[in-house]
Write a protein that binds this ligand. Structure first.
Ligand code: 13P
Length: 254
């Protein structure tokens, strides 16, 4: 029922020309399709147009996503990007609430909620991130912590098409550290996220994709996908090279 998804978060990597090269490599490697996997790439904002142009020219089976958005329509918000601006350069997805944005830039659950509403009002699919710190996990409070994030992040959201709202569970201690959660660790929290989504959205919860993120790579992706509630991955480091990203897409085909 839920189509698998592999999304690449390029974070603050790749200049314009490097981003175009990576997009061309992906387009070439995926010329025969993605075997039923939804593929999204999220380059830095200044690279969106260039990556989008490659996707269009090569008719690549890849969707374009941004890494952040602001909820206002336009105006005096120096440095920010409005949903319409993302649409204008071809972005149909947008990551919100990444732990790096929460940690370094003070993004709160309230912000994440406003961003989700603004994106959905403009037909852009949010990839809404959640996840606990090592301290919270060691205190045994990880499930409760993430459930609370989900409740706050989804407050008042109305979902008509559940394939148009995506969650990424990224335990902070597993991001960029080479330390992955086990598939069982991830399923424990992602199962609780699904249960919370059922409380909030009823049966629509069954159609919402929940991705795992945190040192996901070609060697461990299959193990995560065996778990009943895990529908794909939000990939950082391994999305920066076409070879590893494409290998993860291939391992995700059902
Ligand atoms: P890594 O895959 O580099 O650990 O990053 C995960 C992540 O933060 C994706 O959003």
């Amino acid at each position: 029922m839920r189509k698998r998804m592999i999304a690449g978060n390029w974070k603050m990597n790749k200049t314009y020309s490097e981003a175009v090269v990576l997009a061309e490599e992906l387009a070439c490697a995926l010329a025969d399709g993605t075997k039923g996997v939804d593929v999204v790439v999220c380059p830095p904002a200044v690279d969106l147009k260039g990556v989008g142009a490659v996707i269009d020219q090569k008719a690549a089976p890849v969707a374009l996503g941004a890494q952040n958005v602001y909820w206002e329509e336009s105006g005096a918000y120096t440095g920010e990007t409005a949903p319409d601006m993302l649409t204008a350069v071809g972005a149909t997805y947008c990551i919100i609430g990444h732990s790096e944005r929460r940690g370094y830039f003070g993004e709160t659950d309230e912000d994440v909620n406003r961003k989700a509403k603004a994106l959905m009002a403009h037909g852009i699919v949010p990839i809404s991130c959640c996840g606990e710190s090592l301290e919270t996990r060691e205190a045994g409070e990880h499930v409760a912590f993430v459930v609370n994030q989900i409740k706050a992040d989804t407050e008042g959201l109305e979902i008509t098409d559940p394939s148009k709202y995506v969650i990424a569970y990224e335990p902070i201690w597993a991001i960029g550290t080479g330390k992955t959660a086990t598939a069982d660790d991830a399923q424990e929290v992602i199962g609780a996220i699904r249960e919370t989504l059922r409380e909030v959205f009823g049966e629509k919860a069954e159609g919402i994709r929940i991705l795992y993120g945190g040192s996901a790579n070609p060697g461990n992706i299959a193990g995560f996908l065996e778990k009943q509630d895990i529908d794909g991955a939000l990939v950082g480091g391994a999305s920066l090279k076409a070879e590893s990203f494409v290998a993860m897409i291939e391992s995700s085909a059902e």
